[in-house]
Design a protein around this ligand. Structure first.
Ligand code: UDP
Length: 361
């Protein structure tokens, strides 16, 4: 059975690192990787293929740097050409990026069944670009692999046939378990950044709602600078945030801004932080995987169980910097409940098993 996997953005490489290695062990599965090019910098793409042992993409479409509509449209056109040539049994997409939607639409138009990994996530806000991508992808997918009960309920509420939904756990948890030992032995990021374990906060900010207007980005940068008066803050800056900081003339004095790091360094930075400040979906979960308290700088989160279990609080950026900084500083070292939220680390195996059962020759 040939599976064409569409990927293009950093979190998709990490998810694929867990799933593709299981596919590679199955004699009945031949996986073809189609990289849209959405993320293209060495440290946003290549490093993940290299250090996580993902096979080189068979197709690289080189599409990036366009508006959402233009990018999704160009990807749709180019993915369709590749799929018409390959005629795969199935198209597999991850998460909620423009690459996800373009892959799903291209497959749907060619009547190729679609499997969606990380289905059913909802922020209940149509102004978030990812929300549109995930809702549309879920509604054209034939098989929906969900990480949690909440995700199942969201899909059922939207009228998706229960027979298409398979709760397998979270492939990002698989990835964390797979690569943590390697990260501990290979990464020297703490030494390079002269950071002591449990002595710093880790920040990641990249969502358009936080970076795309001078007001919102300035607010977050001021907040991080204010926190950095009390505790070291290290921030691997996403290219979007970096571009916007330069455009808006924002300079950071106290916060340690570094280039985006590879996944192994990221695991080490997360694992040893005393608190994580983020607007990333993946990083919120990883904070919990490493049992590090997390503050989400957004008005909402898709990963509601983290909030319910006390591992995460949602704190929308506001102009009251002092209040924000105090709330965040108080949050460090407060742990949540010891529960198992995202499966057993065998999501990728379940995915391979179910796909082989349903679509195998
Ligand atoms: N990540 C990384 N290096 C970094 C920042 C993040 O490897 O400098 C990883 C992180 O560990 C997580 C994923 O990238 O696995 C999250 O991606 P991102 O925040 O870009 O997207 P989101 O999860 O919000 O879709």
């Amino acid at each position: 059975m040939q599976i064409a996997t569409i990927l293009g953005a950093r979190p998709q490489f990490i998810k694929a690192a867990a799933v593709s290695r299981v596919f590679a062990q199955q004699p009945s599965i031949e996986e073809v990787l189609i990289h849209t090019g959405q993320h293209f910098d060495r440290n946003m793409s290549e490093v993940f293929f290299h250090e996580l042992g993902i096979q080189d993409p068979h197709y690289h479409l080189g599409i990036n740097g366009l508006s959402h509509g233009a990018m999704t449209g160009r990807m749709l056109e180019e993915i369709e050409k590749v799929l018409m040539q390959l005629k795969p049994k199935l198209v597999l997409v991850y998460g909620d990026t423009d690459s996800t939607l373009a892959g799903a639409l291209a497959a749907a138009k060619l009547n190729i069944p679609i499997a969606h990994v990380e289905a059913g996530l909802r922020a209940f806000s149509q102004s978030i670009p990812e929300e549109v991508n995930r809702v549309l992808t879920d509604h054209v997918a034939e098989i929906l692999f969900t990480p949690t009960d909440h995700a199942d309920q969201n899909l059922i509420r939207e009228g998706i046939d229960q027979s298409k939904i398979f709760q397998v756990g979270d492939v990002m948890y698989d990835a964390t378990l797979l690569f943590s030992a390697l990260a501990a032995s290979k990464s020297h990021v703490l030494k390079d950044c002269t950071l002591e374990p449990q002595s710093y906060f880790l920040a990641t900010i990249h969502r358009p709602q936080n970076t795309d207007t001078p007001g919102s980005l300035r607010l977050i940068c001021t907040l991080l600078e204010s926190i950095a008066k009390e505790v070291s803050v290290v921030w691997p800056v996403h290219p979007r945030a970096k571009k916007q900081m330069m455009k808006f003339g924002i300079r950071m004095d106290r916060v340690r801004c570094i280039d985006p790091v590879g996944y192994l360094d990221m695991i080490e930075l997360e694992r040893n932080a005393s608190l994580i400040l983020t607007d990333s979906g993946g990083v919120q979960k990883e904070a919990y995987f490493h049992r590090v308290p997390c503050v989400t700088l957004r008005p909402e989160t898709e990963w509601v169980e983290l909030v319910e279990q006390g591992w995460n609080i949602v704190l929308p950026p506001s102009a009251d910097i002092q209040f924000m900084a105090e709330s965040i500083l108080q949050r460090a070292y407060i742990k949540g409940n010891e529960v198992q939220l995202y499966g057993s680390g065998k999501a990728a195996e379940r995915i391979a098993e179910l796909l082989t059962m349903k679509y195998g020759d």
